[in-house]
Design a protein around this ligand. Structure first.
Ligand code: IMP
Length: 427
């Protein structure tokens, strides 16, 4: 079997972690390809409930190699603490591997993320302040430090000295903050290197070899298409490529090797941080979604903005990624509602847009065109077959399939692995 990409179809937090944990049973590799510890994947299984930020969600399966690809930016302190937390709870992490080409998040990235956000004032992006944007900016500016550089301490020392001089000039002269100490960072990162050395590999080679053998590889996305650096609601986006295209770049495989691309959609919409969200509800229904859906960030604890399913954004992401199927998550959160709305188009100054407009200011002016459907007002937690869903629930799924232009393969009706309706087997 080939590679299957699992991609967020909205603004992140769609429930990719549960799907990957479920599918990993039949995979030999789960490889994360983008983002950093800004991501938070919640996984609930027989070992308990886990909030993962860096380690791929396949880690609970002892036969699975978990890879962190070259497209990911890694804060080694956070990664080590996640490894230790998992080990402390009896989870084996000996099959974790880190790409030698993955970039490091450095202390100046965290500091600059906070200083830049503060300087933006009212236009702040609402980043996680975890240094993600500055780390990716340095990658592109050729000022990054990669795990491979840590393997040669002398090379690391020379690179860090030159880069830190440059960063300290910005920190002190532009922002008036205190410069960071070379010795402290060098020592701290040499300690991390010693600790993480056994995990560093050429992960692209591992994935390509596995695919040649016919093994199944899951490509684990982070964030969502509407936060993608190119196609998201720029500049209110994250700094990496969250799409299926990003999976090839962030792992090092050919696009021809991806056989299936599964889009993960929540049955409604959530977003954390700033930026436009056309279907946002600032009312009791939005509050109900937040409370029933426990819509608080896994990483920052921030309350998520909640709203109805956005057929325009999701159709856009299906087309952009070439989704071959979708998973509809948190379906049960809608169980109590008498009526449910779906956005089928964006109204803008007397016209109807079928696609997101090219800038955030225009998107802010768009008003959703609503379609109202009856709710099912009965619990779906226990349902395991599509045909056993209430008629109104099946109608809702069918309408989403029509709007998005892609079949629903799986419906999640609760956080546990078994609370899943398999409509069409993904693997
Ligand atoms: P950054 O990725 O920390 O630079 O934040 C940029 C934007 O992406 C902010 O609006 C964040 O809230 C959002 N973001 C980053 N990671 C996630 C995620 O995993 N889920 C949802 N939103 C995210």
């Amino acid at each position: 079997m080939p590679a299957i990409a699992i991609i967020g179809g909205q603004w992140g937090d769609e429930g990719k972690g549960k799907l990957i944990d479920l599918l990993a049973e039949k995979a030999s590799i789960v490889a994360r390809f983008s983002g950093g510890n800004n991501a938070g994947h919640t996984v609930v299984n027989e070992f308990g409930e886990f909030g993962l930020h860096m380690i791929p969600s396949g880690v609970f399966h002892s036969h699975v190699d978990c890879l962190i690809g070259n497209g990911v930016v890694i804060n080694p302190r956070v990664l080590i603490s996640e490894i230790e937390t998992l080990q402390g709870r009896g989870i084996d992490v000996s099959r974790l591997f880190i790409s030698d080409r993955a970039h490091l998040i450095m202390p100046y990235h965290l500091l600059l993320d906070a200083l830049e956000e503060d300087a933006r004032g009212k236009s702040a992006i609402g980043t996680t302040r975890l240094g993600i944007g500055p780390a990716y900016a340095d990658k592109v500016s050729r000022l990054g430090i990669r795990f491979g550089d840590l393997l040669d301490k002398d090379l690391f020392r020379r690179r860090l000295r030159a880069i830190l001089n440059h960063k300290n000039t910005i920190i002190s002269r532009v922002f008036g903050a205190s410069p960071l100490s070379f010795d402290e960072i060098y020592q701290e990162y040499c300690n991390y290197a010693d600790r993480l050395l056994p995990f560093i590999r050429e992960t692209s080679l591992m994935v390509n070899e596995a695919l040649e053998k016919g093994d199944t590889v899951l490509l684990e996305g982070a964030q969502g298409t509407m936060l993608d650096i190119d196609f998201g609601t720029y500049p209110y986006v994250t700094s990496s490529s969250c799409t299926a295209g990003g999976a090839c770049l962030g792992i090092g495989i050919s696009p021809l090797q991806i056989d299936k691309i599964i889009g993960v959609y929540k049955a409604y919409t959530t977003r954390v941080g700033g930026g436009p969200m056309p279907t946002e509800l600032r009312d009791a229904t939005g509050d109900m979604m937040r409370e029933r859906g426990k819509e608080y960030g896994t990483t920052t604890g921030r309350p998520r903005r909640c709203g109805w399913f956005d057929g325009v954004a999701t159709r856009f992401s299906a087309r952009l990624n070439g989704f071959t199927g979708t998973a509809l998550t948190k379906f049960d959160i809608l169980d109590t509602l008498p009526t449910i709305k779906i956005c089928t188009g964006y109204g803008l100054e007397g016209t109807v847009l079928d696609n997101p407009p090219p800038n955030f200011a225009t998107l802010e002016k768009c008003r959703p065109i609503w379609e109202e459907m009856p709710g099912w007002q009965t619990s779906t937690h226990h349902i395991r077959n599509f045909d056993d869903l209430p008629r109104e629930a099946r109608q809702y799924v069918k309408r989403i399939e029509e709007l998005v232009g892609c079949p629903v393969d799986l419906i999640s009706v609760g956080p546990n692995r078994d609370q899943s309706i398999i409509v069409r087997p993904i693997l």
